[in-house]
Design a protein around this ligand. Structure first.
Ligand code: BTN
Length: 241
């Protein structure tokens, strides 16, 4: 497997995209010690200081439809959650769709970007940020944390990286055999803190409260509204309360 390492880069996702456009092989990993312009979901930025975390992007070329990419992201989140738990012994959990939390605080995020044409996907970039040894976070980010802050000890980044890559490789091949979430639902539900809770759904024009019941084969969230109506939620903005 090819791994490209940078001491400093704007964003590993941007670099991975560039390499993907130039035709790099599937499985390429771009990793940096520090990102100057780390990107989060929803146009947010992702603080990526030197030496404290794992900032990486994987280039994949799965023969799937663009719509199926969100299930692939869920699979990566699951591998990541289990890898963190295996290495640190901390209770890592998943907040649907793919925030990894420890003690209710977010320690990792995934940002998936892709290029698709009518015939299918050209490449998928799975961007993963893990706050490993971050010593503190600004006060305006009360929901952010690191493995170090939750586990009260430092972890070796390479251990987590290795464990994740090994697990994800296996899960990715399973996924390619049947590119739905079907084979992962049980494992995912075991780690998911969103289920059996009241969740606040922030749809584009409305906001409502519902009860999260299950994860579907498409990786979507099945909820029941207070009026007893079943709804299927796409990976948008869902906040647990
Ligand atoms: C989120 O908002 O939860 C997703 C955060 C993703 C951050 C990672 S760090 C490596 C990769 N490169 C980026 O610029 N972002 C992702």
């Amino acid at each position: 497997r090819e791994i490209v390492y940078y001491e400093e880069i704007s964003s590993t996702n941007e670099e991975a995209k560039q390499l993907a456009r130039e035709g790099c092989q599937e499985g390429l990993v771009v990793i940096a010690d520090q990102q100057l312009l780390g990107k989060g979901r929803l146009g947010r930025n992702w603080s990526s200081p030197a030496g404290t975390g794992i900032w990486m992007s994987l280039v994949l070329r799965p023969p799937i439809l663009p719509l199926q990419a969100s299930t692939l992201t869920l699979v990566a989140g699951l591998s990541l959650c289990e890898a963190i738990e295996a290495v640190t012994g901390l209770e890592a959990r998943i907040k649907w769709p793919n925030d990894i939390v420890v003690n209710g605080k977010k320690v990792c995020g995934i940002l998936t970007e892709m290029s698709a044409e009518l015939e299918g996907i050209k490449y998928v970039i799975l961007g993963i940020g893990i706050n490993v040894n971050t010593p503190h976070f600004p006060e305006d980010l009360p929901y952010a944390s690191s493995l170090y802050l939750e586990g009260k000890q430092q972890y070796i980044r390479k251990d987590i990286l290795k464990e994740f890559l090994m697990r994800f490789e296996k899960d990715y091949f399973t996924y390619l055999e049947v590119p739905t979430f079907q084979n992962f639902i049980q494992r995912y539900e075991a780690k998911c803190i969103t289920l059996n809770k009241k969740v606040k759904i922030l749809a584009s024009s409305q906001e409502y409260v519902a009860y999260a019941k299950a994860i579907t084969e498409e990786g979507m969230l099945k909820v029941v509204t207070e009026q007893g109506e079943e709804k299927i939620i796409l990976a948008g903005e869902v906040s647990v309360r």
